[in-house]
Design a protein around this ligand. Structure first.
Ligand code: 5RP
Length: 231
């Protein structure tokens, strides 16, 4: 770990902008890169556009990021058109020292995992509030097929968890993939790899928001003292 620059009394949004800019160091001209979803990634996209680094384009993890990239004139490719990405840059809701994460606060977890799996390197950009010793404080997002919702709620209850369907404007949120999200509290996630494999095997689960198989290789953590680079 090293500190890149000094800063003081920065807001969370300023920390997100700081790591968004720091991620530019991992983008090389001519590449197609993977781009995640969320407010931190939005700052990265804006910094990328301002930087004039001439990338070939991006594979995006959500309709929202696609729109933002295209608004900046950055070409967006279908994941099937690009066999491998050199780098995937995305935020997290929680990240622990081993690089395992909870993601999906923005409901984009399934496409995020797909794009991350295509990349040689996952760079997580996050403000320091996301740093945890152990995963589980943030409600775990799980994308589910709606007909399995009630059974999955019972399966999480058997683990001590409390699962709720995520709502938007009073009705179940519908993801970019046409499915629903459960947010699960009260879980203990001691072994993220085993937990991810177990829940992904439950019928009706599209994607669980534990990213252990697709963990981050590097974390750029925004702190009031500057960017901590954690490998
Ligand atoms: C979206 C995600 C985001 O990366 C995560 O929710 C962090 O978002 P933000 O940068 O807005 O704090 O997983 O599905």
């Amino acid at each position: 770990m090293h500190t890149d620059s000094a800063a003081s009394a920065m807001t969370q949004d300023e920390l997100k902008a700081l790591v968004g800019r720091a991620a530019l160091a991992y983008v090389e001209p001519g590449q197609v890169i993977g781009v995640g979803t969320g407010s931190t990634v939005n700052r990265f996209i804006d910094a990328l556009a301002a930087s004039k680094i001439a990338i070939a384009g991006a594979v995006s993890s959500s309709e929202a990021s696609t729109l933002r990239l295209q608004a900046h004139g950055i070409p967006v490719f279908d994941a099937n058109e690009v066999p491998e990405l050199s780098v995937y840059i995305d935020g997290a809701d929680e990240i622990e020292p081993g690089g395992c994460m909870i993601k999906g606060g923005g409901a984009a977890l399934t496409r995020e995992k797909i794009v991350a799996a295509q990349a040689r390197r996952f760079i997580c950009i996050a403000d320091e509030s996301k740093w945890v010793a152990r995963l589980g404080r943030f409600p775990l997002p799980v994308e589910v097929i709606p007909m399995a919702t009630q059974r999955l709620i019972r399966q999480f209850a058997a683990l001590g968890g409390s699962a709720r369907v995520r709502l938007r404007d009073g009705v179940p949120l519908v993801t970019d993939n046409g499915q629903h999200i459960l947010d699960v509290t009260g879980l203990t996630i001691d072994d993220p790899l085993a937990f991810e494999s177990m829940v992904n095997n439950w019928p009706g689960v599209v994607t669980v928001g534990v990213f252990a198989h697709q963990r981050a290789h590097l974390c750029l953590l925004g702190t009031p003292q500057g960017v901590r680079t954690i490998a």
